[in-house]
Design a protein around this ligand. Sequence first.
Ligand SMILES: CCCCCCCCCCCCCC(=O)SCCNC(=O)CCNC(=O)[C@H](O)C(C)(C)COP(=O)(O)OP(=O)(O)OC[C@H]1O[C@@H](n2cnc3c(N)ncnc32)[C@H](O)[C@@H]1OP(=O)(O)O
Length: 224
Amino acid sequence: MTVETEPVAELPDPRDFGLPVVGEEEIPAELTSLVEEVRTLVDAVAHTRAGAEDLAAARTAVAEAASRLQGDRHDIGTMVRHTWPDGRVEYGTLANIVAGPTNAAAPPLRLERASGGGLHGGFRLNGVYQGPPGLVHGGWLAALLDQALGAAAGAEGMPGLTANLDVNYRRPTPVEAPLEITARVTGTERRKVFVAAEISHDGEVTAEGTALMVRLDLPGDGGA
Ligand SMILES: CCCCCCCCCCCCCC(=O)SCCNC(=O)CCNC(=O)[C@H](O)C(C)(C)COP(=O)(O)OP(=O)(O)OC[C@H]1O[C@@H](n2cnc3c(N)ncnc32)[C@H](O)[C@@H]1OP(=O)(O)O
């Protein structure tokens, strides 16, 4: 596969495209802690055997909390700016369903640069992510792989949209167990970025994916 496209050195500021941006460091610690608590809540609701009185009281408390937070909202499309220790800046969607730092529906996934290149992250999925009994839903594994694949391209200065995603489920992936995800760019061709990723448990690959990301047309990167 030919490598015809150099990664763009600097990503443009999403504000230039009309998208609001918040710095990751601006997210209040109270919101991060609330997100964590809501994850616990979702798991508790999904598995509770509580009686009617407790359920009704919990419903009232949750409705009150929701109405307290509804007033002042970030716009759809708000981006979050992440600055790597080496000073490199990246953007993601604040409420991204797989990795948005303020989205309690997103699993607690955090990707870091791997020493050998690409990205890696350790995470754990609770019972909310079940498909088959005790196992992670295949759709969620695909979503996690897609996110890591997109992030790997973005981390190399080549953000894009997934044109094609191919997933193989090699072994069952357990919930409530430590998991690892790795992703890397394997090649480029014009605007096409080829990426590969794996999810593993106990050192064994349980799901792997490859994708074609088509780079966004960014001003100043030479286009196609
Ligand atoms: C500053 C902003 C930062 C943003 C950060 C983002 C972080 C991301 C993290 C989130 C991660 C989560 C990620 C998500 O959830 S992304 C969400 C899910 N994906 C989408 O919604 C994408 C929908 N599709 C499209 O918008 C268009 O089809 C795209 C943009 C993909 C291409 O339409 P476009 O008109 O632009 O390009 P083109 O048609 O000239 O094609 C260009 C080249 O690509 C080749 N091709 C195209 N499709 C396919 C295919 N299916 N198989 C094989 N090849 C294909 C094509 O032949 C050509 O090749 P070549 O002629 O050069 O050889």
